[in-house]
Design a binder for this molecule. Structure first.
Ligand SMILES: [Zn+2]
Length: 124
């Protein structure tokens, strides 16, 4: 008889809450701190000047402060159905789109640029 080794069953905290930034256990459906529905997040990336979340219906920008250390509390929401003319910049990595007649530009880190581009290509 052998005892099961369950040391691999440690809880990991890899699910970052887009709303408050807290790391949640992988199995969480709702944030342990702010109760945000974590299942509605389709993509979440952390960049230098902002974090971006994409849900079923919205693109949400959580602006960070100048020193990039924390968020300013400024949150911008874009309805996906109203986002027009998405383009990806090259050689400077960024995403551009038109929203309510205004051009929005988000410079991105390489890895986030690739993640977002892949996601947009698959989804839209
Ligand atoms: Zn939260």
């Amino acid at each position: 008889m052998s005892l099961e080794d369950d040391s691999n069953d440690k809880i990991t905290f890899n699910k970052i809450c887009p709303k408050c930034g807290v790391a949640n256990p992988d199995y969480s459906d709702n944030c342990i701190i702010c109760d945000k529905d974590l299942l509605e997040t389709k993509l979440y990336i952390e960049d230098a000047f902002f974090d971006l979340e994409i849900t079923e219906t919205e693109l949400v920008e959580y602006r960070k402060n100048f020193y990039r250390t924390r968020r300013t509390g400024k949150v911008k929401r874009f309805k996906l159905e109203k986002i027009e003319k998405i383009s990806f910049g090259y050689p400077i990595k960024r995403i551009c789109f038109i929203y309510e007649g205004k051009k929005e530009v988000y410079p991105l880190k390489d890895e986030n640029y690739n993640l977002l581009k892949d996601f947009m290509n698959k989804t839209y």
